[in-house]
Ligand binder design. Sequence first.
Ligand SMILES: [Mn+2]
Length: 340
Amino acid sequence: MIMKKEELKKSKEKIIKHIKENDNFAILISDPDGDAVGSGLAMQEILQKMDKECKLYSSFELPDFTYLPRFGKYIIKDIATIDFTKFNSLIVLDSAHTYRLINKKIHPKGFDLPKDKFVINIDHHLDNSLFGNLNYVPDDPIISSVGEALYDIFHNEVNITSSIATNIFAAIVGDTGCFRYSNTSPSTFIAASKLLKAGSNMRQVIKNTFYNFEEKIVKMNIQAAQKIKIINSGKYKFAYTIINPDEFDLEYASRGQLFIIQEILKSTKGTNFSLKITKLKKDLTKLSFRSHDTAVRKIAKHMGGGGHEEAAGAIVQLPINECLKKLTKFLKTAKLTKLF
Ligand SMILES: [Mn+2]
């Protein structure tokens, strides 16, 4: 889906107008990463600054982001079971599709937002289905994060307090890998600079995002790193490792705690991308692609998933060896975009 500059400008004005004219909002986030969690907290404070009532929901237990200002404001509740009657509008953050708001294991048929509610959809995933009554999903140029989108939309509307600034800064740092990924643009740096001036606690954000893993997690990552293998399909080369539930505590592994191994895999010289394979069940495999070299969204799409050019994934109904076969077959003829 494409939303160009002009369309975004109009959308931004309509979002602000809609918020001013309504009183009671629910904010809904999807996978609780730094961007979603920080953006949710910032969005809630922004609405409160505009004198609005608002509740903040996640269907998923949150990772330890306790250092973020106002972290305790989250209500953890299965979004599919919320009674939305009292809310005028729903604001959905960082979610390409509405089914991403809920746990698919509990609701295998997916999930739709109530039809009688006004929905504002603010996101930055290229495959966003533009499900909102109002959408803000920049595609041209793409933006780094929902945090950056919130900065763009609201920085002239409310006073950016140090807590809003820290939450948005954490969102941007999380999704840009601290300004390293190609989603980092001149406007990302401008937003970051303004947020620092507004009192965002950069040191706390960086320390807590990158240097705050429990010993158990660090050891798990080292264990995964020792099993790195390389596959060369002829045209493309990638490094991968397998996360097996017999060896790893998947409760931990699934919560983004294997960030370090992703970085190590990606650093392997001569490879085009990296792949973290998680064995969910015998015939159910999770693939997480990362890249500093070659766009991986097309690969993830071929495997039945999606995502960004540098970070994409898929959950495949196949055992690991079949997944790898399908993947290497695809790579023999695939035409993938060179990123850098
Ligand atoms: Mn995001």
